[in-house]
Design a protein around this ligand. Structure first.
Ligand code: NAD
Ligand code: UDX
Length: 457
């Protein structure tokens, strides 16, 4: 089957960029992206996209109105589609059975029920969202209507892109994973999807598996990545106690080709919309399958992350002579990582919350994420200033707390900043990012993660 018309449900961080790249790479395919949030659709159609990703503006502007459309869902658009990607959110469930652990699949199920009456015969459904193992099977059962005898192949095609590098990851993926049912219809559907990707992805990078393996591979990939970060953060705590240097350890072990050098940067902890929710979901699934030891093993990755955030925040308070009440602290960076305006589950939320409870006055600055930062802290109370200018954020502050390693923060004039701060002026570098020696020489006390502090007495 040759795909001419694609529909995507969910115009978010994954649906938007992924469909834009498909439209760009496959000019003969018409791509329509729908969403229940009309503001999102308006933003995609405006000059100011809802998602900040390097290179995304250019891709969208090449295709928008040509073969890429963001519009409300209409029955005719669904009926027209040869292939339907579902890329809706699958957050951690906040109610009932599995609250705080399981994935909330209500958006997925509502999407399936919404498209079901309009789908044309044989339309291929592609599971793009990250979902628990065997979700495709449940979706198949919802879609299949015995009375009419209609069947729709359901594929798993998890997305591995990382935010801030979405366009690069989509253009040059390490692999594209397609999980299909071991039936003739399943294999034909997988081939149709593979043909879409082959427009730009080398065939050897397109990997086929069973649907369940594909679903579980996605959760496993995130769990392994996050587990590396928690492991190095655990070592950073030991370094803080012994004055060994965690960056030297990362370098030393990263040169072992069996370990590899990526995801070994100690810091304030991981954030983002995926790691916490996917690991908790994995842990929940293990628990449900009667594997409590395995569930506890994976949950400990998240617990270590929480510990790291708490440890970092306690360290700030301890080095502010055990009180931050009434003190101005400048927070440099609120996005969960550089290159994105996304603040979902950012460590900055937890650090700021704790500092506000201790009655600190916060001035938060970030090159891209201030709007989302204000949203993430809404209703918390306390003294918070959202300040686009880092120099003004630091003016009169007792300390700078760096939480996102934006390149912009390396390029600031710290002499100028130091002169306008209270004394002693402290710098808490949650990402081991700034030239600590330089800052120390300017007069700062510099505290890092898993590295000896540089302090004037
Ligand atoms: P998102 O919240 O940015 O976008 C989801 C969109 O779906 C929202 O705009 C929402 O309004 C829309 N939506 C929800 N229900 C709908 C419905 N019934 N009909 C139409 N639209 C609906 O989420 P995201 O970050 O794009 O993540 C989507 C999925 O992809 C999740 O399962 C996530 O785990 C996975 N994922 C995310 C990333 C990432 O970096 N963000 C990476 C890989 C995988
Ligand atoms: C992650 C996965 O990398 C991606 O494959 C998946 O599709 C979605 O989840 P993302 O959350 O966008 O992507 O960003 P990632 O680069 O993985 O960083 C996640 C968090 O880990 C960030 O807060 C980052 O600062 C932190 N991190 C990363 C570290 O603390 N140390 C590291 O060495 C690497």
């Amino acid at each position: 089957m040759s795909i001419r018309k694609i529909l995507c449900i969910g115009a978010g961080h994954v649906g938007g960029p992924t469909m834009a790249v498909i439209a760009d790479m496959c000019p003969e395919i018409n791509v329509v992206v729908v969403d229940i949030n009309p503001d999102r659709l308006t933003q995609w159609n405006s000059g100011t996209l809802p998602v900040y990703e390097p290179g995304l503006d250019e891709v969208v502007s090449r295709c928008l109105g040509r073969n890429l459309f963001f519009e409300p869902a209409r029955p005719e658009v669904i009926a027209d589609a040869d292939m339907v990607f579902v890329s809706v959110n699958t957050p951690t469930k906040e109610y009932g059975e599995g609250a705080g652990m399981a994935a909330d699949l209500q958006y997925w199920e509502k999407s399936a029920r919404f498209i079901k009456p309009h789908l044309k015969d044989g339309a291929i459904i592609v599971e793009k969202s990250t979902v628990p193992v065997r979700t495709a099977e449940a979706i198949s059962r919802i879609l299949h209507d015995n009375r009419q005898g209609r069947r729709f192949p359901v594929l798993s095609n998890p997305e591995f892109l990382a935010e801030g590098a979405a366009i690069r990851d989509l253009m040059e993926p390490d692999r594209v994973l397609i999980g299909c049912e071991e039936t003739e219809a399943g294999r034909a559907a997988a081939e149709a999807l593979a043909a879409v990707y082959r427009h730009w992805v080398p065939p050897e990078r397109i990997v086929l598996s069973s649907v369940w393996s594909s679903e579980l591979a996605k959760l496993t990939a995130n769990a392994f990545l996050a587990q590396r970060i928690s492991s190095i953060n655990a070592i950073s705590a030991l370094c803080d106690a012994t004055y060994a240097d965690v960056t030297e350890i990362s370098r030393a072990i990263g040169t072992d080709h069996r370990i590899g050098s990526h995801f070994l940067e100690a810091g304030v902890g991981f954030g983002g919309s995926c790691f916490r929710k996917d690991i908790l979901n994995l842990s929940y699934i293990c628990q449900q399958q009667g594997l409590p030891e395995v569930a506890a093993y994976w949950k400990s990755v998240v617990e270590m992350n929480d510990h790291q955030i708490t440890r970092f925040t306690r360290n700030i308070i301890a080095h502010q002579f055990d009180t931050v009440a009434g003190k101005k602290l400048a927070v440099f960076g609120f996005a969960f990582k550089p290159g994105t305006n996304d603040t979902r589950d950012s460590p900055a939320i937890y650090v700021c919350k704790k500092l506000l409870e201790e009655r600190a006055h916060l001035a938060i600055t970030d090159p891209r994420a201030l709007e989302n930062a204000a949203e993430s802290l809404r209703g918390l109370g306390g003294e918070i200033a959202i300040e686009p200018d880092p120099y003004r954020a630091a003016e009169g502050a007792h300390a700078i707390v760096l939480l996102t390693h934006w390149q912009e923060f390396r390029e600031l004039d710290y002499q100028r900043i130091y002169e306008r701060m209270e004394r002693p002026a402290s710098f808490f570098d949650g990402r081991n990012w700034i030239d600590a020696k330089l800052l120390y020489e300017l007069g700062f006390n510099v505290y890092r993660v898993g590295r000896a502090p540089l302090v004037h007495y």
